[in-house]
Ligand binder design. Structure first.
Ligand SMILES: Nc1ncnc2c1ncn2[C@@H]1O[C@H](COP(=O)(O)OP(=O)(O)OP(=O)(O)O)[C@@H](O)[C@H]1O
Length: 234
């Protein structure tokens, strides 16, 4: 589904990703682990087209990645806190609305509102649709952000430390939700994590990055201590 092939990224004169190959198939939750600075976020940004790549290709379902092919979920949950939960989820559809409609998000068409409601139902928050987004807990807000990603109808979800700001119970819930959505909706989900135990419990596969190189790719419960042992200059 998502294929990064031979990706290298350079910031100034420093290369931080070296010829990285990562694939995520439909229906799979892949987690990326690695020490601070190993290049995890850069990998996600390259997958989303948010940083220029020095070399390599990013494809979704065999075609060059398009603007609406990937949805993102971040550690900092970017919801419009004063708007309703439902309006925030509707925003996932903005990319496919006409310019006139996207300029007037107060007037989301009924079909978008219905779809957003179904997405909220998928994450277990339909009953909070009309509450202000800012009134929800952090874990609930992250589930709203995931519902917004679903409403984008992207086949690929990229999650950058989606549980780092959450308490352990909410973190488990969000990771279980990402795995379930991958499995039941056929999404390809790539999540950067700092918690090997969460990866072992929820992921289908893990990739380990060290100094911008892929050094592990396999079972989610394999030993990962080497990733964190010592820093190697990129
Ligand atoms: N915009 C930037 N300009 C220059 N260097 C950058 C930029 N963004 C990241 N870097 C550098 O690239 C390297 C990889 O950073 P990246 O954020 O991808 O790592 P990470 O594994 O996600 O780290 P963390 O776990 O701390 O979030 C680091 O050395 C970082 O300092």
């Amino acid at each position: 589904m998502l294929a990064l092939t031979g990706i290298s990224v350079r910031y100034g004169d420093r290369r931080v990703l070296h010829d990285v190959d990562v694939t995520v198939v439909r229906g799979e939750l892949l987690t990326v682990l690695g020490a601070n600075g190993s290049g995890k976020s850069t990998l996600l940004r390259a997958a989303a087209g948010l940083v220029p790549t020095e070399s390599g290709t990013v494809t979704v379902a065999g075609r060059p990645r398009g603007r609406l092919d990937v949805a993102m979920v971040f550690q900092q949950i970017h919801l419009v806190r004063r708007r309703s939960v439902l309006d925030n989820v509707c925003c996932g559809a903005l990319g496919r609305l006409s310019l006139r409609r996207s300029m007037l998000p107060a007037l989301f068409p009924r079909e978008v509102r219905e779809e957003a409601m179904a997405c909220l139902d998928r994450v277990g928050l339909a009953d909070r649709a009309h509450d202000r987004a800012g009134s929800l807990s952090g874990g609930q807000q992250q589930r709203v952000a995931i519902a917004r990603a679903l409403c984008q109808r992207a086949g690929v979800v990229l999650a950058d430390e989606p549980v780092s700001a959450l308490d352990p119970a909410a973190a488990e819930q969000v990771m279980a939700l990402l795995a379930e959505l991958a499995h039941t909706e056929g999404l390809a989900v790539l999540a950067v994590l700092h918690q090997p135990a969460l990866a072992a419990r929820h992921a289908d596969r893990l990739v380990g990055l060290r100094a911008g190189h892929v050094v592990l790719d396999g079972a989610p419960d394999q030993p990962v201590d080497d990733l964190y042992r010592e820093r190697v200059a990129a």
